[in-house]
Design a protein around this ligand. Structure first.
Ligand SMILES: NC(=O)c1ccc[n+]([C@@H]2O[C@H](COP(=O)([O-])OP(=O)(O)OC[C@H]3O[C@@H](n4cnc5c(N)ncnc54)[C@H](O)[C@@H]3O)[C@@H](O)[C@H]2O)c1
Ligand SMILES: [Zn+2]
Length: 358
């Protein structure tokens, strides 16, 4: 069992990962005139005092507050954050600590990178999704109008500190959501991680979770260091997300939101189905993948009548270029190919397959 944190570098950005990471990170916070911490109300309740307990020497010049949830990842919240930084007289030599889930690291990174033309920030993710995905890779931003991540900037954090101690207060649904991204890494690039998962329920994997987090983090780092700006390789991380994002929006619009992970899990079934009918596919058992997803995620409830709306939503996605839908497909278990053009008929068939094979 993993007991010590490990240090992984993404270019020159240290990523300290594992139990005890927080305590080992003390030096990352030194040398700043003022240190601020950004939290939402849940993080303030569940994580802030733990953070202060572990690092009692850090004196905050101010606690910056924003409202939790995707619906608040917007320009209004960004403006409220800039107001608070202005109020506390933050300067370019100040530091912002983004303590929270992916919403916090996205909006916190964006507001820090633009405040007075850029102040330093450090990400301390407190959700599993944040730890294995959102806090890593320098993408920051906010949603604008109805479009996700429409406005943003690539900006490097000074450090990323990933300590599983925060996960104890996270509810099961949020943990599962992060798990979907870990399963994605296993399928696209990490056979040993797939083997570690061993066709188990997520609950049964918990003793191995720290080890699995370290693998997932190094998987993401290895992709981002080769292609930070997503000109090619980084697109493999979109596996399951073309259909997944459309489903996420469908359910959000119906006022019955599902987690990002639940939507991506459904998207991975569809993308695996499309892969299995693609000539480049060399895997004899896509059924194992369906089974693993089903073991951990309930099937989303929608009907054949929703398919035209799902297809319409997909047209708004960044992965659609000149009307063509681009998918990351599996070439085999543990290996993926980005940017494959897939016909609308094939996508629709994969959705019908999802509904039929439950
Ligand atoms: N920048 C990227 O590369 C990237 C990648 C993936 C996802 N994202 C973004 O990440 C966001 C989703 O992230 P998320 O799933 O972490 O959502 P989130 O930040 O909304 O967190 C989920 C919920 O958990 C609460 N919470 C956070 N930590 C907690 C803890 N330790 N205990 C109890 N409650 C806690 C939050 O207040 C929130 O209510 C989306 O906006 C997505 O676009 C960004
Ligand atoms: Zn995702």
């Amino acid at each position: 069992m993993q007991k010590e944190p490990v240090l992984l570098d993404l270019k020159s950005v240290p990523h300290i990962v594992g139990p005890g990471a927080l305590e080992q990170a003390a030096t990352c916070f030194s040398g700043y005139a003022k240190v601020f911490v950004l939290v939402d109300e849940n993080v303030e309740k569940f994580c802030l005092s733990l953070f202060q307990e572990k690092l009692p020497d850090i004196r905050f010049a101010g606690i910056i507050r924003t409202k939790s949830g995707e619906l608040n990842k917007n320009i209004h919240s960004a403006s409220v954050i800039w107001e608070q930084l202005t109020h506390f007289k933050a300067e370019r030599d100040s530091l912002l600590i983004n303590l929270g889930g992916g919403v916090i690291s996205d909006i916190g990174g964006f507001t820090a990178a633009t405040f007075k033309r850029g102040m330093d920030f450090i990400n301390i993710p407190t959700t599993l999704l944040g730890q294995v995905d959102a806090a890593i890779g320098s993408k920051t931003g906010i949603d604008f109008k109805e479009f996700k991540n429409q406005v943003g900037i690539f900006a490097d954090p000074k450090a990323v500190i990933i300590d599983p101690v925060f996960l104890d207060t996270l509810d099961q649904k949020q943990l599962q959501s992060g798990f979907a991204e870990m399963l994605k890494y296993a399928l696209i690039m990490d056979v040993p991680l797939w083997k570690m998962m061993n066709m188990r329920y997520f609950d049964a994997m918990k003793p191995d979770l720290n080890q699995m987090i370290i693998r997932a983090v190094s998987d993401k780092i290895s992709i981002v260091e080769k292609d930070k700006r997503e000109s090619g390789l980084r697109k493999v991380l979109n596996f399951g997300h073309t259909v997944g994002h459309a489903l996420e929006t469908l359910f959000l619009k119906a006022d019955a939101p599902v987690t990002h992970g639940e939507a991506v899990a459904a998207g991975m079934i569809c993308a695996t189905r499309i892969s299995s009918q693609w000539p480049g596919f060399d895997c004899h058992s896509p059924e194992l993948i369906y089974e693993m997803v089903d073991r951990n995620f309930p099937r989303l409830v929608f009907s054949v009548e929703d398919i035209p709306e799902i297809m319409r939503l997909m047209q708004h996605d960044k992965k659609v270029k000149a009307g063509e839908i681009h998918f990351t497909l599996l070439s085999k278990l543990g290996s993926a190919v980005p940017d494959i053009v897939v016909s609308e008929e094939k996508v629709e068939e994969s959705l019908r397959f999802y509904l039929r094979n439950q």
